[in-house]
Design a protein around this ligand. Structure first.
Ligand code: BGC
Length: 361
């Protein structure tokens, strides 16, 4: 793991993050922040994707800078394991839980226990549903992630001017992740008018979220679905012109499928997370774009929220209407995602220190 990507508070960070850096410096200087002896439990979903490893590392380092004792666990995409890991953290009397949920509806029981012990609960990047016991949500503008992906396809195919029709296939994330529908709806809002008009054609006919979802966000599952689509709907010599893919691991699975069936020039293919492997694919012309979300800034925002709550104050939020979890609207701080392609990857992900140039060699 590149050390520059870990706990570096440079680049595109928000005001909350800047405040956090200031307070981290104060505690390093011996100024003290009153967090001595506080414990935080961090529950991450999986190590199969690079971003969650960075999130975990950034959170752990940032909380430790604030003087917190940290327990960090990964649940390998198994929801029941995540529940039992969180139960153990509750048993350890943590003051705060920071959770990126595997299954957004599996945590009501364990969070009720947490609330019984006055533990502050932050939903990290993925909203937790059907419970009153989540205090705040720190994430990105998830609808905008989809908007950026959809808009990229529209512009790359020049749909405003080109006569078309172009063939497109659609992929979404895991149905157990609340973000999935925000990503897809954001993209679909941009793409659907062109499908209605007939300029974009979904030859598989698969446009419903349940049909296009990808279990566990697994690239191999997406690869298999793409294999099926190609052999069932593109066996007449027609080609796929664009693929809406929600996450880099899924994009790479789709690219493997296309390569396996003889594509040498890739369709327009979207992605998300600016994973090193996919940025390399972008440089090599295999993947068209990704959506960069600065996990350093998200960690800093989260730490800032926690420090404010445990100091008895109110954290800064910038959205108090979008994220209804079925029981309440969870106050959120949402960061901005950024569209990245071959033209701006250097400036956005390398110059900001998120990816070291040597990792792309
Ligand atoms: C995150 C994405 C990520 C996906 C798969 C989503 O909840 O917001 O950044 O690509 O999970 O891990």
């Amino acid at each position: 793991m590149n050390v520059n990507r870990r706990h570096l508070m440079t680049g595109t960070i928000g005001a909350a993050a800047v405040a956090m850096v200031a307070s981290a410096c104060a505690s390093e200087d011996g100024g003290g922040d009153g967090s001595g002896g506080k414990k935080v439990g961090i529950s991450m979903p999986t190590k199969t994707s690079e971003r969650w490893i960075l999130d975990g590392d950034n959170l752990k380092a940032s909380f430790e800078d604030e003087g917190y004792e940290v327990t960090l666990q990964y649940a390998n995409d198994v929801a029941a394991d995540q529940v039992s890991q969180i139960e153990t953290m509750v048993g350890q009397n943590v003051n705060v839980l920071v959770i990126a949920a595997i299954d957004n509806k599996s945590l009501s029981g364990v969070l009720a226990q947490a609330k019984g012990q006055d533990i502050t609960v932050i939903a990290y990047d993925r909203l937790i549903l059907d419970t009153p016991d989540v205090d705040y949500y720190a994430s990105f503008d998830n609808t905008k992630v989809g908007t950026l992906q959809g808009t990229y396809i529209v512009e790359a195919l020049d749909l405003a001017n080109a006569p078309g029709p172009f063939n497109i296939e659609l992929f979404a994330g895991a149905l157990t992740d609340n973000n999935t529908k925000y990503f897809f709806n954001g993209a679909w809002e941009v793409l659907e008018p062109y499908v209605t008009e007939g300029k974009l054609v979904v030859k598989s006919g698969q446009t419903a979220l349940e049909q296009i979802a990808t279990e566990n966000w697994d690239g191999a599952v997406a690869q298999e679905r793409m294999d099926n689509i190609l052999s069932n709907f593109y066996n007449d010599g027609s080609i796929v012109d664009a693929v809406l893919a929600p996450y880099d691991g899924i994009s790479r699975g789709i690219i493997a499928s296309l390569q396996g069936s003889g594509y040498t020039t890739m369709p327009v293919i979207t992605g998300q997370d600016a994973e090193v492997e996919s940025v390399k694919y972008i440089i090599d012309g295999l993947q068209s774009m990704t959506v960069y979300k600065d996990t350093r800034a998200l960690a800093a925002t989260t730490v800032d929220m926690v420090v404010a709550v445990l100091d008895g104050g109110k954290p800064e939020v910038n959205d108090e209407e979008t994220y209804d979890n079925g029981v309440k609207v969870v106050p959120a701080y949402l960061l901005e995602p950024v569209s990245v392609d071959v033209n701006n990857y250097q400036e956005v992900v390398v110059d900001s220190g998120y990816i070291d140039a040597s990792e792309l060699a």
